[in-house]
Design a protein around this ligand. Structure first.
Ligand code: NDP
Length: 410
């Protein structure tokens, strides 16, 4: 029997709460806390098991510490925004609580998605005898564990990695993001970096494109190369990687809207003065866009997210594809959320389960790929994210082409 506090009651926090409630024998005592407590209460009404709710502002270190000292959970699942990671980690250290998140720390003033701020907490978590598990969502999260699993079971050495994230779903809005709009747009409009021969190579955002046919019946989509945070930890933890790239699908409508919004300055992260009031354009824009937690009922279609891994086994070249396919409407029927929130919330619950059960509990700050991937992979099959492995012709290459880049905003 274990107790957790979930912080954040958006798309991801809601799925985490639903999935934890599906394992009442493990997650005995759940508190759902967020800035707007009414959202926690609305989620609590959907759940099969009683969950307590609380109000907390994660920008306030003292509010976080008093919440954790009052509730005394064993683990915090951070499903709020990347800006809050360090505050929540500090509060966990003060209150003696394990920590888990799905996105790395990002300062508000720069969109830089880097791990060093959180890795710097390693010794403090070791000294406190506490575990911090970073990036336990889908990407990062499942994609890191996929890589570790494939490296463990299929290769002597992995050499190239392409993480491919296709959302073949349609939410019916002219422009919406399937997770927090501010974080999504900061990520997509940042300069691209990919790992090549021991260093990160920087190129304009979305300046490389390929047409990718997903397995099964998901379809063919344009995918664009961009930076994603798991490239940093995977290139560090798998030093044999000569190249690692991340690709994401975008519809033409999404890219057109993003380009116009960037061109007129609406995606800017610097505060501007508006009639004597300081506003951040991207935060104002985020207020106007649909709430990702509200997309569930309208979103049709499937996601296909996975890894193409190249390397050598017994002296022979190999190419392995590992992926999960999620159906938006099936996710909605189960937990009242679309598949992106679902595919993030399930691995957060699994990571929490493995820390609480002791299988992934180890003092210090860890990325998910540093642990044994096998129990996580077994739990993905058990709790709603089944995956498949296929062997492809090692000569297969993505049909890449240059694409007119959007202007880098950050
Ligand atoms: P949402 O915007 O839907 O939800 C964010 C939640 O955080 C809201 O409940 C919001 O409260 C709360 N929040 C914001 N500021 C504060 C604060 N100061 N104090 C307390 N709570 C606060 O985002 P998502 O659920 O889509 O995303 C959540 C996280 O998951 C993000 O960090 C995102 O980057 C990450 N993510 C990770 C993925 C992965 O695969 N690894 C994929 C998708 C998302 P309020 O309602 O008051 O604004």
């Amino acid at each position: 029997m274990h107790s957790v506090v979930i912080i954040g009651a958006g798309g991801v926090g809601s799925v985490v709460a639903h999935k934890c409630c599906q394992l009442p024998e493990l997650f005995d005592d759940i508190v759902l806390a967020s800035r707007t407590e009414s959202k926690c209460k609305r989620i609590a009404e959907q759940l099969d098991k009683p969950v307590r709710t609380a109000q907390v502002d994660a920008d306030s270190a003292s509010q976080l510490v008093s919440l954790l000292q009052r509730e005394q959970p064993e683990l915090v699942i951070n499903a709020a925004l990347p800006y809050h990671d360090l505050n929540i980690m500090d509060a966990c250290l003060k209150a003696g609580v394990h920590y888990l998140d799905t996105a790395n720390y990002e300062p508000r003033e720069t969109a830089c998605f880097e791990y060093h701020w959180q890795w710097d907490y390693h010794q403090r978590f070791v000294d406190a005898g506490l575990t911090a598990l970073l990036g336990s969502g889908f990407d990062p999260g499942a994609t890191n564990v996929f890589t570790a699993y494939i490296a463990k079971h299929y290769f002597d050495e992995i050499q190239q990695l392409d993480i491919i994230d296709v959302n073949g779903g349609n939410h019916g809005y002219p422009f919406a993001t399937n997770f927090n709009p501010e974080i999504n747009i900061r990520e997509v409009s940042a300069k691209c970096r990919h790992w090549e021969n021991g260093e990160f190579v920087t190129t304009p955002p979305l300046s490389m494109r390929a047409h990718y046919t997903c397995p099964e019946d998901v379809g063919t989509y344009p995918i664009y190369r961009m930076y994603h945070e798991e490239l940093e930890s995977l290139s560090k933890h798998f030093p044999s990687l000569q190249r690692a790239q991340f690709w994401m699908s975008f519809s033409d409508a999404y890219l057109q809207h993003l380009e116009v919004l960037s061109n007129v300055g609406m995606t800017g992260i610097e505060p501007i003065d508006y009639q004597g009031q300081s506003i951040v354009p991207i935060q104002f824009l985020a207020q106007l866009l649909p709430d990702p937690a509200a997309l569930g009922p309208h979103t049709q279609g499937k996601t296909c997210i996975g890894c193409l891994v190249r390397g050598v086994k017994d002296g022979k070249k190999r190419l392995i594809h590992i992926y999960n396919i999620c159906d938006h409407q099936a996710c909605f029927r189960e937990v009242q959320s679309q598949a992106i929130s679902y595919a993030t919330g399930v691995p957060a619950m699994i990571g929490a389960k493995l820390v609480l059960e002791g299988q992934w509990r180890q003092p210090g700050v860890w990325n998910v790929e540093q642990h044994d991937p096998d129990p996580f992979m077994a739990d993905m099959n058990r709790y709603g994210l089944p995956w498949k492995v296929t062997e492809l012709d090692p000569e297969f290459q993505l049909d890449t082409e240059e694409h007119q880049a959007t202007n880098a905003v950050h």
